[in-house]
Design a protein around this ligand. Sequence first.
Ligand SMILES: *Cc1c(COP(=O)(O)O)cnc(C)c1O
Length: 405
Amino acid sequence: MSTGKGIPFVDLITPHQELQDELLAAAKSVITSAMFIGGPILEEFEKEFAEYCDADYCVGVSSGTDALRFALMASGVTKGDIVITVANTFAATVEAILQAGARPHFIDINPRTFNMDVDGLKAFLHNECDNLKSGRCPVHRASGRTVKAIMPVHLYGQMCDMDAILSLAEEFNLMVFEDACQAHGSQYFSARMNAWQRAGSLGKAAGFSFYPGKNLGACGEAGAVTTNDKEVAQRVRMIRDHGQSKKYQHQVEGYNGRLDALQAALLRVKLPLLEDWNARRLTLAANYNELLRDTRTVATPYESDWTRSNYHLYVIICAYGRDELQRHLTDRNIGTGLHYPIPLHLQEAYSHFGFGKGSLPVTEELAGKILSLPMYPQLQREQQEQVVEALAEFYARQPVSTHAG
Ligand SMILES: *Cc1c(COP(=O)(O)O)cnc(C)c1O
């Protein structure tokens, strides 16, 4: 079996070759106009992305991390507040919470969806918080801190159980911020609304990343906040621009966190293709599911009836031998990833939040079993067959019995 050049984990070269003429023309128009910061191209992109997400407003910022941080700050999350989130996510989720002055509180994940476990969320709010006054935020008994918000992460592109999270948020007077950095175009069927809803249109505000490897990627760093709240949108506009309401009128403490016109122009070239790219990923996910159907050593991703994932990542669960399998695939020039190998509560930087080993058992167990297979719109079925063949070859040499228990 020859894999030729091999199968990369992501392919950022092909889409940019295919779109080279359009991308260069878009870049040229920005350079010729010399409107590098702000201007009509940025506004057009913001309008188009808001529309894409079914959100009222979109504010372009410099990264997904800033998007989440500015969304929190613009909504009144402040120093000492608690924001509830999960530990199996990229570090940026927690960075945004900390940089807004707040503290993360981790809830374990659901073993099937890998997303925030709503029973765990409910138990935390009922059992570990004081909810004395109606209309006020809960107080975390152990720390005395005010619980202000929930930041569910739509991990790998599958949306969290938003009906349950939003009802709990209403009951406990909390704000909800979607970490939609992996969820461009993902959908959720809301029984409450009796409608499919898009990531970025639910809750107080959402943060998107346009890091190059995301489903919609810039040619550099970029992100966006979406919201249906006009005031939040206005405050994010100020915060991204040094807190200015007008030039040299600094109304709030701000940052340099704008989305530049060049990236906006490049994103505008790609946005019209996003639906097709996501559809292609869905087909590829179905291919993998089918090719892996008879494999008992790995489980394919679970997708609930009420979500439509954008398959940012295709993540399998290995019953055993994950690291050896990954090495085996690497030896055959097949790129894979781990999202994420060390849960955030066990990272050195975040170990002082009091979540020791064993505190989030599902998160911790899955971290050692997950493996992300190659997934991008340009991936070919024959390449998927090669990936699955190499996987089967590995497990054929590793009988289950030697690893039992
Ligand atoms: C990519 C990502 C971010 C951060 O986005 P950047 O644009 O890299 O700052 C945040 N959260 C999640 C879940 C992500 O995948």
